[in-house]
Design a protein around this ligand. Structure first.
Ligand code: ZN
Length: 197
């Protein structure tokens, strides 16, 4: 994923971080802190590598690219630890780790892959990875945003905004069903006209 793509996943990351903060028992203010830190942390794993630039182009980094800072279990551990720390520090840890995990997941399908098991050993999906960095960004960002918002709605069923969204989703699903049902029925009738018993 490109830098712009990573930044745009910040919206989905913010909703997920707010949901995790709520599960951790943090108040609405700290949930917001987690959300803001998450939105700002979706490039954190690349920055933590301490990259060098020559004429604006990344030429290398102190920590080898996509190794330690892209090891998901470090960030998962940080979230786990934040649950016992709580307070503003816990909120910041949840935000930073959620942003970083979002970044790592977005990197995972690329040809280089990410270190799923050993922090220095990158593993790719399939022979060449699923797709190159920069492909399907709009789709991926949209899906991730929908995913983040739906997690947040699940965790906050009493929130007015969440209730509105749930109603809207149910209504759209109903409308889609109304449109699809006759089409599917026609299709089945059409198919069965080919079958002779
Ligand atoms: Zn990266």
């Amino acid at each position: 994923m490109t830098g712009k793509g990573h930044r745009l996943t910040g919206l989905g990351a913010a909703f997920i971080a707010a949901a995790i903060a709520k599960i951790a028992g943090l108040d609405v203010f700290l949930q917001t802190v987690s959300a803001l830190v998450a939105a700002a942390s979706t490039s954190l794993p690349d920055w933590l590598e301490i990259p060098y630039y020559r004429k604006g182009v990344r030429t290398g980094s102190l920590i080898k690219h996509r190794t330690y800072t892209h090891w998901p279990w470090f960030w998962v551990g940080l979230i786990y630890w934040a649950f016992s720390i709580k307070g503003p520090e816990g909120a910041a840890m949840i935000g930073a780790a959620t942003g970083a995990l979002t970044h790592i997941l977005a990197d995972a399908p690329n040809p280089i892959g990410i270190p799923w098991i050993h922090p220095r050993q990158r593993i790719r999906f399939g022979k060449k990875g699923w797709w190159r960095s920069g492909r399907y960004e709009t789709v991926l960002v949209s899906l991730f945003t929908v995913f983040g918002v739906s997690i947040w709605v699940q965790v906050n069923p009493d929130n007015v905004f969440a209730q509105g969204l749930t109603q809207l989703t149910q209504e759209s699903v109903k409308q889609i069903n109304v449109v699809l049902q006759p089409l599917v029925q026609n299709f089945i009738t059409h198919l069965s006209s080919y079958v002779n018993f």
